[in-house]
Design a protein around this ligand. Structure first.
Ligand SMILES: [Zn+2]
Length: 259
């Protein structure tokens, strides 16, 4: 049993005992034995021409991927407000993707989906609360945004969240906010990424820069009310992610300067 650490809860901002929360929720299937790699190790291996997943050290973890970044109160609140909606949509997408031919990888695929859009969006926002630094969460107003289930607009710096779909056997990964320069356009991008099949999410802190028109911007999910169920058409890039960040079409690591 892991001892609970003391730290700043990324959601409420209080210094408290932190609990290990599953990212994504355990109910999506995040509960098996996993191998955890360090992102910098993978990057160094990749840049030196090695196969990252076979050449890097890893630690084993039981019970799925978990981080201790939020307190028990906030963890329970997220669980009661949003987890079911996220899990329902995740499971429906897993079923849908099982029927998709692998030849569809790197193409746009479309589904009519039944979803609670605001609930789902807020669960994604709560995941980014956990993986981003507390200062970034505060700057974006994400903590207050997820603690109030009805509010539709975070009171902080503007951002948007893109979603894409990944094959269900893809590796999971996340990065905190990193700034890149896209060389061909000299565009500065600051993004964070969270991938866990069937979804990949990119939080773009430079919303005036469109990352790719093929990514599905889920910011419109904020236009719904809490608990509202809708059938909407999802038109999304279906992408096999690399082990490293920035796998979506049009941008690869050789085109970027990483700060
Ligand atoms: Zn808290």
């Amino acid at each position: 049993m892991n001892k609970k650490p003391i730290g700043i809860c990324h959601i409420c901002g209080q210094t408290k005992e932190l609990t290990f929360e599953h990212l994504p929720p355990r109910s999506t299937g995040n509960k098996g034995n996993i191998k955890c790699y360090d992102h910098d190790d993978l990057l160094q291996a990749y840049l030196s021409g090695k196969q990252p997943l076979t050449s890097c050290k890893y630690s084993q973890s039981q019970g799925g991927y978990q981080l201790a970044t939020i307190c028990e109160n906030c963890n329970n609140t997220m669980g009661s407000y949003y987890v079911r909606s996220y899990t329902d949509f995740s499971k429906s997408m897993v079923s849908a993707l099982k029927a998709i031919d692998s030849k569809k990888i790197n193409t746009i695929i479309e589904f009519d989906c039944t979803i609670r859009p605001l609930n789902f969006y807020k669960q994604v926002a709560s995941i980014f609360c956990s993986v981003l630094e507390p200062e970034t969460v505060s700057m974006l107003g994400l903590g207050d945004f997820v603690l109030d289930k009805t509010t539709s607009t975070p009171k902080g710096k503007d951002f948007n969240i893109y979603m894409y779909l990944v094959p269900i056997d893809s590796c999971s990964r996340h990065t905190t906010a990193i700034t890149y320069t896209k060389i061909d356009t000299i565009t500065h991008l600051t993004v964070a990424e969270f991938i866990s099949p069937p979804f990949g999410f990119i939080l773009n802190l430079s919303p005036s820069s469109v990352l790719s028109t093929k990514l599905y911007d889920i910011s419109s999910f904020r236009n719904y009310t809490y608990g509202q169920i809708e059938t909407i058409r999802i038109s999304s890039l279906f992408l096999k992610p690399m082990e490293l960040f920035f796998s979506f079409e049009g941008v690869n690591i050789n085109d970027l300067i990483v700060y």
